[in-house]
Structures are given as structure tokens and as C-alpha cells.
Design a protein around this ligand. Structure first.
Ligand SMILES: [Zn+2]
Ligand SMILES: [Zn+2]
Length: 428
């Protein structure tokens, strides 16, 4: 009966995209934000909402002096009020709760720190249902929202030829005894896998009570720390999505006398980075031996002037060696197959075979080990430094994949994080 008196007021979530983007680099890591900060923010936030008129008045009066100040004020209020809710206690007191600080992970609800009452989270997800492709800018915004709402840590692991950032979003604790890296869109036109990974990050974080083999999805990413790089090659993705070349790409095409007949189509099927190098042929593992029949910048298959010549390759290698990864996975398209073999290390190859079988059972994709497996890829390099690695190929028609492929890909892949987490815990 006590609880019937309780009311919940969920304040409108105001997503300020511009602010959100700037937060990616500026915001301190979630661990650095103290709970003291939150309680101060909550109080400020609620007082500015409780007397809306006065708040607006104060903004207006600021406005009279300078527009810059007015922007600052409104941004601050939006950020402070967006995460808060109120818990009305029987004694008449009201406790302001930062929903995501007191988020009951995996169960779409938050808990009042004072009375322990739980409330369902009623906010919309960041990822809109049915959205199957994300631009570089949209990806940055989504990651920033993940950072703000769910306290996920986002690292910038490097910068591309054209100056875009390569982001890694961390699920779970960096202090975990297990780490897994999962990346996508190393090839420009294979950007549907960016949508898959962004979707998976939120699905495993919110959880919504979903389980796999009786365990909450969220618990899988509690035990094993997942480092998700949704867009390894944002320059290449941008060329493919916009169907037009950026300055860097145009210049090298013209400089080298390359001017394909159908430029729009040439860009749409772009796989390389902005230097026209195929990143998955640029890694220092069998690079010398790999016969590059192209030999010059191209939309695909040019291995570059030297192994690891490209900033994206370098960034990914550096990041892969930064943590003690138990496994790394690179999502590509298409084929519904899994590549798992490289080199001569028998025990490593056996590990990869088992991992490929586990992921294959979950996705129904076929593990393959061609006789002449092409080298100089990320998986090959990772295996050459002793890390179990897979390449997973989603989709069953040519890329860029049509939107209609997404649902099938989701159904095949939603449990992959859980399967890999289980495998890692049992095999390393
Ligand atoms: Zn309460
Ligand atoms: Zn690919």
C-alpha cells in the first residue's frame, strides 16, 4: 500500500546531438565521474525544472546580454535534466535519481538508492528499430549517447587518412581477466555490420531481460570485457555511402590517371581507405608473399606501398596489442562463412577451429579453411602474433547489402557475444 503513493516522473530525454558529439573526446571516462557529481547535478537539474518559468526567465535575461551565454545555459540544463527521475517517499520527501547511475543492468530498470524501489526504464533506445546503416557522423553520435546514458567508455584508437576518428566502445570492465575485440567495416561498402555492432552494444547493455542459455545477456559482458570497433574504415564507408569521392580520393584518382567510366558505381562498391589501399591486405602477415595484381590505388585489393603503411592498419594493430585479447573478430560481408585458419601454430589453429565451430553453431555460418587462404589480412596478422582470430562474413548477396538483409543478419548474430564470452571463459 505504501508503494501506491509512489509516483514516477520520467523527464523527457533531450538528446542534443551536437553536444553529444563533442562529449566523445571531452567527457571524462565514466569511472572518473564521482557519485558526488551526480547528486549535485540531480539537485541542480530538478530545481531548474521545478520552477520552469523562473528558469526560462533567467535564460531570457541572459539572452539579453549575450547569445553565447544563453547557449551555454540551455545546454547545461538539457544535460542535467535528461537522466533524472523522482522517487516520492511516504514521508513526503522526494529523491532525485540519476537513472543511469542506478541502472539495474540487464533488466531495463533502475533502483532508488534510498528505498530500493525499482522502476522500469521507459526511455526510447538510442538505436532506432529498423535502421540498418549509419554514417560516420551518426556512429559518433550514437557512441556519445552510449557514453552519456549507459556510462560506456569510448576510446579513440586512431585517426584516418582524412582525419576521422576510429572509435572503440568498451562493454564491461577494463579490469576483467578476459578481453575480446570485435570490429566491423574495415571494407567501406560493408557498413551494415556497423549497424549490427551498434545494435548489439545496446542490446547487451540494456538487456531487457533477454537471456541466452539461461544467463542474462548483460552478464556475459560483465564477465568478459568487449571492445567494439563499429567502423574501422570510416573514410571508405563515407565514399561508399555518399557515392562520391572525398578530396583525398579524387586527387589520387586524377593524379594517377584513374578515371573509371561509371564513377558513382565505382564509389558505391568502394572497399579501400582514402589512399586506395585495401586495409585487409595491408597487415604484416604474408604481405610480401601476397601477389597484388593491382599494384596501385584502387577501390579494392591494392595492398599498399608497405606492410602497415596505412594509419587505420597501424591503429588497429596498436590497439590489438594494447590489451591482452583472448580473441579478436572482424566482421565482413558477404558469404555467411567464417574464416579461421592461418599460419603453422597447431595449437592456435585448433583453438580457432573450436571458436569458429562455436560461432558457426550459433549463426549457422559455415567455417571454411581454403587451401590458399589469402594473407595480409587482420585475422592473419592477429594469428601471427598468437591471438585467436576469426573473420565472420555476414549476408548472402553482394555488398553494399540491401536493407532487407538486416533482419536475417541480426537473427543469426545476436547471440555471438554470448557465445564468444562462453568460449573465452572456457578456453583461455
Ligand atoms: Zn525511493
Ligand atoms: Zn570485407
Amino acid at each position: 500500500m505504501i508503494f501506491t503513493k509512489r509516483l514516477i516522473l520520467l523527464l523527457t530525454l533531450i538528446a542534443l546531438s551536437a553536444l553529444a558529439v563533442s562529449c566523445i573526446s571531452d567527457k571524462p571516462a565514466s569511472g572518473e565521474t564521482t557519485s558526488e557529481d551526480h547528486s549535485i547535478k540531480s539537485v541542480d537539474g530538478i530545481s531548474s525544472v521545478a520552477d520552469e518559468t523562473r528558469t526560462e526567465d533567467s535564460i531570457n535575461s541572459e539572452n539579453a546580454y549575450s547569445e553565447e551565454t544563453s547557449d551555454e545555459v540551455s545546454e547545461e540544463i538539457s544535460e542535467e535534466t535528461s537522466e533524472n527521475a523522482e522517487c516520492f517517499h511516504p514521508d513526503g520527501s522526494i529523491v532525485v535519481i540519476d537513472k543511469y547511475t542506478y541502472y539495474d543492468k540487464g533488466l531495463s530498470r533502475f533502483i532508488c538508492p534510498d528505498c530500493g524501489y525499482t522502476y522500469d526504464i521507459e526511455t526510447e533506445k538510442v538505436i532506432k528499430t529498423g535502421k540498418t546503416s549509419f554514417t560516420y557522423e551518426e556512429t559518433a553520435e550514437v557512441l556519445s549517447e552510449f557514453e552519456n546514458r549507459y556510462g560506456l567508455q569510448v576510446e579513440t584508437i586512431g585517426t584516418t587518412v582524412e582525419g576521422r576518428n576510429i572509435y572503440s566502445c568498451i562493454l564491461g570492465s577494463l579490469n576483467s581477466g578476459h578481453h575480446v575485440l570485435i570490429g566491423a567495416a574495415m571494407h567501406g561498402k560493408e557498413y551494415m555490420n556497423t549497424a549490427l555492432l551498434l545494435d548489439l552494444i545496446e542490446y547487451y547493455t540494456i538487456g531487457e531481460g533477454e537471456t541466452y542459455r539461461g544467463t542474462l545477456l548483460f552478464d556475459y559482458v560483465e564477465d568478459v570485457c568487449f571492445h567494439i570497433i563499429p567502423m574501422i574504415n570510416p573514410d571508405g564507408v563515407t565514399v561508399s555511402q555518399k557515392g562520391e569521392a572525398t578530396a583525398v580520393v579524387s586527387n589520387f584518382l586524377l593524379d594517377r590517371g584513374i578515371y573509371p567510366e561509371n564513377l558513382a558505381e565505382y564509389f558505391r562498391i568502394w572497399k579501400s581507405n582514402a589512399n586506395g589501399v585495401d586495409l585487409n591486405r595491408n597487415f604484416p602477415a604474408g604481405w610480401e608473399e601476397y601477389k597484388d595484381t593491382i599494384g596501385k590505388p584502387n577501390y579494392r585489393l591494392y595492398k599498399g606501398p608497405a606492410p602497415a603503411s596505412e594509419p587505420e592498419t597501424e591503429a588497429l594493430m596498436e590497439y590489438t596489442l594494447k590489451y591482452d585479447f583472448d580473441a579478436v573478430v572482424s566482421y565482413h560481408s558477404y558469404g555467411e562463412i567464417i574464416y579461421w585458419k592461418y599460419g603453422n601454430d597447431k595449437s592456435l589453429i585448433e583453438k580457432c577451429r573450436l571458436l569458429a565451430n562455436a560461432v558457426g553453431n550459433a549463426t549457422r555460418y559455415r567455417p571454411v579453411s581454403p587451401e590458399n587462404e589469402v594473407a595480409a589480412g587482420y585475422k592473419d596478422w592477429a594469428m601471427s602474433v598468437g591471438i585467436p582470430a576469426l573473420t565472420i562474413e555476414t549476408g548472402n548477396v553482394d555488398t553494399p547489402l540491401p536493407d532487407s538483409q538486416y533482419k536475417k543478419i541480426w537473427n543469426e548474430n545476436w547471440k555471438v557475444f554470448a557465445v564468444i564470452a562462453d568460449w573465452v571463459k572456457n578456453n583461455s
